[in-house]
Design a protein around this ligand. Structure first.
Ligand code: 3HC
Length: 284
């Protein structure tokens, strides 16, 4: 199947980035939000990120105009998905919310449509079971910032069929991303490997081994990571990191995934990283 039109449900950090890359690669996007103000904010972010690319001469002003012209706003899930080939859900990591969204999307999406979730931690098999077509359900896990990061983790649920995997793989390639096939398991590969590193970095700070700046310097300058693990944790959101660690801890019943007490305290204090202006670092 050739994907010509997609619905992206949710215009937050991940959703607007996902809409950006589809639209920039010539695919029509129905961007679904709950309120016009949220949709306007998503479009502003996309426009600013496109400006960045124009300034760096990666795309032209015409490309920017064409990309924005490929995006239509919808404030209703049913209307947004009714004529698309692929639905990509990128709403917050709350199972009840995803359940509600997937019920509406499943009822209204065309029979041939592929249903994909950008979830970073919820089981694809469990989300697929919320729909009437688990064989057409798959994980399409993008990375932040979506226009920059080169990889998409393509997560097969228990019942995902080969043709659905193949279409999603080819679609990711069309977006100039490298699709990596992964089977459904807590944290998939990305977060199962990344989150224990972030958690361990937080333990070292909590135990007074080094400051956040020094932990990050070790990993940036000693291991050539583009960002230290604590700066990255702030960037991802400390609440998101905690949620994912809890999924790993519950899923494997293994104490090696126990969230660092300092992480729990910071989330309790509302210090969630970039989005609240404070985490391991302060942000304007
Ligand atoms: N849109 C478009 N372009 C963007 C962008 C955006 N949102 N953000 C950054 N860029 C571009 C910049 O224009 C710049 O382009 P250039 O290479 O042509 O100069 C390039 O990206 C680098 O940006 P900056 O110069 O502003 O800053 P840095 O060099 O510090 O890079 C970074 C920023 C790309 C975020 C880099 O620090 C990085 O790669 N960090 C690691 C990010 C990471 O690990 N992401 C994954 C998080 S985990 C996740 O998302 C999964 C979830 O489940 C938790």
């Amino acid at each position: 199947m050739n994907v010509k039109k997609v619905a992206v449900i949710g215009g937050g950090t991940m959703g607007n980035g996902i809409a950006h890359v589809f639209a920039m690669n010539g695919i029509s996007v129905n961007l679904v939000e709950t309120k016009q103000a949220f949709a306007d904010r998503a479009l502003d972010t996309i426009s600013n990120n496109l400006d960045r690319m124009v300034k760096k001469e990666k795309i032209s002003e015409d490309d920017k105009t064409e990309t924005l012209g490929n995006i239509s706003i919808y404030l209703d899930v049913g209307e947004g998905v009714e004529d698309v080939d692929l639905v990509v859900e990128a709403v917050p990591e709350n199972f009840e919310l995803k359940k509600k969204v997937w019920k509406q999307a499943d009822d209204a999406a065309p029979e041939h449509a592929i249903l994909a979730s950008n979830t970073s931690s919820i089981s694809i098999t469990k989300l697929a079971a919320l729909t009437s077509r688990p064989e057409s359900f798959i994980g399409m896990h993008f990375f932040n910032p979506v226009p920059v990061m080169k990889m998409v983790e393509v997560v097969r649920g228990l019942e995902t069929i080969d043709s659905v995997y193949q279409t999603v793989k080819e679609t990711a390639e069309h977006l100039n991303k490298v699709p990596v096939p992964v089977n459904d398991s807590p944290g998939f590969v990305s977060n199962r490997v990344l989150m224990p590193m972030i958690n361990e970095a937080i333990f070292t700070v909590g135990e007074g081994v080094a400051t956040p700046e020094h932990v990050d310097e070790v990993m940036k300058l000693g291991m050539a990571h583009p960002m230290g693990p604590l700066r990255l944790a702030d960037f991802i959101g400390l609440d998101v990191c905690l949620d994912i660690l809890n999924v790993l801890y519950d899923g494997f019943k293994d104490p090696k995934y126990r969230p660092a007490p300092l992480l729990v305290k910071m989330v309790d204090a509302g210090k969630l990283g970039n989005k609240t202006g404070e985490g391991f670092y302060s942000y304007d």
